[in-house]
Design a protein around this ligand. Structure first.
Ligand code: SN0
Length: 316
């Protein structure tokens, strides 16, 4: 695998999940693989889990890690071809990407959606510019439209906690005061489309995700109906896609409560974090035995590690 910018880059999700679970048992078993190799993590947005788990994964593989916060420390980058750069942007990605590529073997990038321009966000300008100009391997640490490292960690977590029967998995929208990206939900849907599961997406009307991503996944507008007999309840807020980037509904009736969890088949509660307590989910649910958010965050390390391993193996 040269790049990891979408969950489908893995080729075989189930194989990667099982290999990640093996790696988790002895995380230092491939320590020699990354010797002499450097990964550069570029952040255009905030991060806790992605930043720390990806560094941890790289170190488990013996790699050197360089981290740069573009938002606060870097020159403001221009991405438009032919731009007359007489404004606030100091450096073009054409130079920046080529320069960075000389200092490392893999570049990992976090660059959230603008949520103001659907076409530009769909074009994935930041990730694709680095792919085009850096030439080295590129990893998506949450781009405008996807967060595949999170989706892979979620697949690992569900494998570890899965029931004996074919699981019912619900992706539920929940309210949030801010407009959030679609990336986490998109990659979750793409990952679920590769799984043997009864998968249902539930959200208020008007919150449909990109139909090119949801394809023929089941959508149920009645959250309580969706929760019935669920084995996993995976929760995430996103802003409207149709009315791009807008918050159309902050109805607290969509918060995940103990009462709703009682409708499920003793479901595990999952969320990628960070989560707004008592807005997205009631304390009683996230603090319950059924909440596996901390285990889910732990799997971010093994998600990143299997991705890095596959990329290092590609380079030989
Ligand atoms: C990001 C998102 O894409 O939804 C990152 C999730 C991994 N989340 C947020 O920006 C939440 C910010 C907040 O204020 O709650």
């Amino acid at each position: 695998m040269k790049n990891f910018t979408n969950i489908n880059d893995l080729g075989n999700l189930q194989k990667a999940v099982l290999e990640a679970i093996q790696i988790k048992k002895n995380p230092l078993q491939h320590k020699a693989l990354g010797e002499g190799k450097t990964i550069c993590l570029l952040f255009f947005n905030n991060s806790l889990r992605t930043r720390l788990s990806t560094q941890k994964a790289a170190r488990n593989l013996g790699m050197d890690v360089v981290v740069m916060n573009f938002g606060s420390d870097g020159w403001e980058l221009e991405f438009e071809d032919g731009a007359i750069m007489n404004g606030s942007k100091s450096e073009h990605v054409k130079e920046a990407a080529k320069v960075i590529a000389q200092y490392c073997d893999i570049v990992a990038i976090r660059a959230f959606a603008s949520l103001t321009n659907k076409e530009k966000d769909k074009a994935e300008m930041v990730i694709n510019s680095f792919k085009k100009y850096a030439g080295i391997s590129v990893i998506n640490m949450e781009s405008a439209t996807g967060h595949p490292l999170q989706a892979l960690a979620d697949a690992i977590t569900m494998e570890e906690f899965k029931p004996v029967h074919k699981p019912k998995v619900v992706l539920s929208w929940a309210p949030h005061p801010k407009a959030l990206p679609h990336a986490v939900a998109n990659s979750f849907v793409e990952m679920m489309q590769l799984q043997e599961a009864d998968f249902v997406i539930t959200h208020p009307e008007g919150y449909e995700l990109d139909p090119e991503i949801t394809k023929n996944s089941t959508i149920e507008y009645d959250q309580e109906k969706a929760f019935e007999n669920a084995d996993f309840v995976c929760v995430k807020n996103w802003s409207s896609f149709k009315n791009y980037g807008k918050v159309m509904n902050s109805d607290s009736a969509w918060m995940v409560t103990s009462g709703k969890m009682k409708l499920t088949n003793n479901a595990k509660f999952m969320h990628c974090l960070p989560v707004r307590r008592n807005v997205i989910v009631a304390d009683a649910v996230i603090d319950s035995e059924n909440s596996i958010v901390i285990q889910q965050a732990n799997n971010r390390t093994f998600s990143a590690q299997i991705v890095l391993k596959k990329i290092l193996e590609y380079h030989g």
